[in-house]
Design a protein around this ligand. Structure first.
Ligand SMILES: Nc1ncnc2c1ncn2[C@@H]1O[C@H](COP(=O)(O)OP(=O)(O)OP(=O)(O)O)[C@@H](O)[C@H]1O
Ligand SMILES: Nc1nc2c(ncn2[C@@H]2O[C@H](COP(=O)(O)O)[C@@H](O)[C@H]2O)c(=O)[nH]1
Length: 358
């Protein structure tokens, strides 16, 4: 792929972008053509001047609309470039930005945005931040029942909805109020699940607190197929099985600040009978011993104050910019890659940057 043509928003009605590829901004806006729509990225929209705006120009109707924008939005920068990728998202590289804030994706036609588009009958896009380092590895989160794994995962998925996907496990336990089949779990009969296990459909499974739980191969594939990073909420036995499997993952163990606090959280959640709570607490002692000492886990987080723990989780996933009161180190700024080409090898997107021109 050669150098992409530069085009500015003023050219929208007049110019044609023949290949739908990258456009370069001199600091304000880029336009990227996707079918009969042109995504105008940069400047501001009606919503905010503190984030990069997105507008959509419909070439057939001549209308310029402001879409519903999901996900954490990037802050404005001195300039950026935009490249249409994978037929469903636009890669945005911010100029003069710290390395952990320079790569973003604007999803324009992924599964994640197609559903709300249909529901709300409006244009929808979603921002997600590119992650450095171990970006593509699934994340296994374990810890005793009631420690807050689900709460932390919910926060992560809410802040980065288009970056992470939850591996929906199968279980033989009964659904709780407000739990939905296919969303929180695939609630399954024991005989059906046992047959699927025998048929090799599960990456891992375990008997936990008297019920059968398991991660199907399909549950992980669904997330990967959506181009997202998979999060698994599984017990320590399951984590051990995944470690032994071919799935390369990051393993995180979440501990409570004290056993008393764990018991308090389980009771206050009020989703289990007293007998179940006692069983979960007994199992928690074993899990805590194993989790802390087995060497199975890459990271151990203590979930005392929820927000502090969440910031630590984001930090170890490379998603933070600024934690608490720690002074921000002086960033090394990334120059805007004015010339770049994009190719896909082994499911990785390679961005080759040319020499920056004055
Ligand atoms: N840091 C925290 N401080 C106080 N309460 C918390 C904290 N984190 C989570 N909780 C609360 O503790 C309860 C248990 O949390 P959660 O359901 O997320 O635990 P879990 O580890 O996913 O449990 P399980 O393994 O049984 O699914 C919830 O009511 C949640 O709101
Ligand atoms: N080994 C697996 N453990 C799992 C899986 N899905 C959930 N879990 C763990 O079960 C307990 C209890 O969950 P709850 O929803 O009944 O409170 C919890 O520790 C989960 O981490 C799985 O697929 N495999």
């Amino acid at each position: 792929m050669g150098e992409a043509p530069a085009l500015f928003v003023d050219d929208l009605l007049h110019g044609e972008i023949s290949n739908g590829f990258a456009l370069k901004s001199k600091g304000i806006q880029t336009t990227t053509r996707v079918g009969d729509k042109t995504y105008v990225i940069g400047g501001t929209d009606d919503e905010s001047t503190s984030t990069i705006g997105v507008q959509i120009f419909n070439r057939s109707t001549g209308e310029l609309t402001i879409p519903m924008v999901l996900g954490t939005k990037p802050k404005p920068c001195k300039g950026h470039s935009a490249v249409f990728l994978n037929e469903d998202r636009i890669l945005v590289i911010k100029g003069d930005s710290p390395p952990d804030d320079c790569i973003w994706f604007l999803e324009v036609d992924t599964k994640f945005v197609r559903q709300p588009k249909e529901n709300f009958q409006t244009e929808v896009v979603a921002w997600s931040k590119g992650v450095r380092g171990e970006a593509e590895k699934p994340i296994v989160i374990s810890g005793p029942s009631g420690v807050g794994k689900g709460t932390l995962i919910c926060k992560l998925m809410k802040e980065f909805p288009s970056m992470f996907g939850f591996s929906v496990s199968h279980t033989t336990r009964a659904p709780r109020d407000k739990e939905t089949d296919g969303v929180h779990y695939h609630f399954t009969d024991r005989s059906v699940m046992e047959k699927a296990i025998r048929d090799g459909k599960f990456l891992e499974f375990a008997r936990v607190h008297g019920n059968l739980y398991g991660t199907s191969v399909e549950a992980v594939e669904v997330v990967a197929d959506a181009g997202k990073r998979c999060i698994l909420d599984i017990d320590v036995q399951g984590a051990r099985s995944v470690r032994a499997s071919s799935l390369e993952a990051i393993f995180i163990f979440v501990c409570p600040p004290s056993f008393e606090e764990l018991e308090k959280r389980l009771r206050e959640r009020a989703t289990e009978t007293e007998e179940q709570i006692q069983k979960r607490l007994r199992n928690a002692r074993t899990e805590l011993e194993q989790g802390k000492s087995s060497g199975l886990f890459d990271h151990i987080l203590v979930n005392d104050d929820l927000e502090t723990c969440y910031q630590s989780l984001k930090k170890l996933l490379g998603l933070d910019e600024f934690i608490g009161t720690t002074p921000k180190p002086l960033p090394e700024f990334v120059n805007l890659p004015v010339d770049h080409s994009v190719s896909k090898v082994d499911h990785k997107i390679l961005i080759s940057c040319g020499i920056r021109r004055a």
